[in-house]
Design a protein around this ligand. Structure first.
Ligand SMILES: [Fe+2]
Ligand SMILES: [Fe+2]
Length: 372
């Protein structure tokens, strides 16, 4: 009964002194520290493609990559993170930017400890080279440039080329692990024939006798083409047995040598949602940034309706109820990046299904960027 020895005034003084000495009483703070459920600063948000595209195109008149800037990218600044004085990436872990490369331009070779994935939105004729191997990019392709691999881009086509860059900028910043280095030259030397890794692994896999082979990182493929992804989804969606209640018809991009995610730290997924398909709601620890490759519909996130159409981007915060609806006449395709691989490696991933109201949330409001 130690506390009876002291007056209230003395006890108040005790707390004051402790605070001044930069110490804290855990018996007051445990509930904020070890919360019953994930607590976070990330709110959902949605950006329309036309607006992003206009800003990127205007940047095309203002600056040139390789000359005025390392890269020409307009990136998503989630207002909920900006409001709290945090650098405004997409989620607490993930960043997404929209890169524009104009005909004849190049973005010089560099590498960094952030891992990166690209998703091609518009245009053709540009390539990404990873450690000296070029791959020409087409709409819908997903390109890996794993952490610390040398990468550059060059555009040999005739129309502007847009793609999404997804990086684990927030995670690496939190872990104080960012390193960046430009290559001494504009281009990394060519070490493999064009598209070598993709060709090598299509229709068989071969290696020289005596070569050391082991499952590992990075993935032996770095261009995951839309042609193949679309084929997989086509095959999957032929039977409703393959339908996932929460994600419709969904595939993850994998590293064929491990069966794990294509990238070590950023998860990548493509969902196909048939017309009138409406998934059930669930939530999970991992957060995501979505890009609408094709179609129109909406996603309900914690009771708020986010209406999307081709090209839009939206944020799925951690531990938020969500369900997807296709309202169009055609299939909808949603590409997303997530931090699930990190959560799984750290044994922090956990999910829950929404059980009330037949698995569907009640829509309380519709997102409007101007009022939010
Ligand atoms: Fe980069
Ligand atoms: Fe989900």
């Amino acid at each position: 009964m130690g506390q009876n020895k002291y007056t209230q005034e003395e006890i108040d003084q005790y707390y004051e002194n402790m605070k001044n000495d930069f110490l804290g009483p855990l018996w007051h703070d445990l509930g904020h520290m070890v919360t019953k459920e994930p607590v976070h600063d990330v709110e959902p948000y949605l950006w329309k493609w036309e607006s992003i595209r206009d800003y990127a195109l205007k940047a095309g008149d203002i600056l040139e990559p390789g000359k005025d800037a390392e890269r020409r990218v307009v990136y998503l600044q989630n207002p909920s993170l900006l409001k709290r004085g945090l650098v405004g990436y997409g989620t607490h872990t993930l960043y997404a930017g929209i890169q524009l490369l104009l005909p004849g331009e190049m973005a010089p070779s560099h590498h960094h400890s952030q891992t990166a994935v690209r998703f091609i939105i518009e245009g053709e004729g540009a390539y990404t080279a990873v450690n000296g191997e070029r791959s020409y990019m087409q709409r819908g392709d997903m390109i890996l440039t794993p952490a610390w691999t040398w990468h550059e881009h060059k555009h040999e086509g005739t129309e502007p080329m847009f793609w999404m860059d997804g990086l684990d900028v927030g995670l690496v910043r939190t872990l104080a692990a960012s390193f960046f280095e430009p290559y001494a030259d504009e281009f990394y030397p060519e070490e493999q024939p064009e598209n070598y890794s993709t060709k090598k692994l299509s229709g068989g896999a071969f290696a020289p006798i005596g070569e050391e082979r082991k499952p590992g990182y990075p993935s032996p493929i770095f261009n995951y083409t839309w042609e193949r992804a679309e084929y997989e989804l086509e095959r999957l969606s032929e039977s409703s047995h393959n339908e996932d209640a929460y994600d419709a018809y969904a595939i993850e991009y994998i590293n064929p040598t491990t069966g794990g995610p294509a990238d070590f730290r950023i998860g990548t997924m493509m969902q196909k949602i048939h017309p009138d398909q409406h998934t059930l709601a669930h939530r999970h620890v991992h957060s995501a940034i979505y890009h609408v490759l094709e179609g129109e519909g909406y996603t309900v996130i914690d009771g708020q309706k986010f209406e999307w159409s081709r090209g839009d981007f939206f944020i799925l915060p951690p531990w938020s109820w969500h369900e997807h609806v296709n309202t169009g006449k055609d299939n909808a395709y949603l590409f997303s990046i997530n931090d699930k691989p990190v959560m799984e490696k750290l044994d922090l991933e956990f999910g829950e299904t929404y059980t009330e109201n037949n698995g569907h949330q009640t829509i309380e409001k519709t997102f409007d960027p101007k009022s939010d």
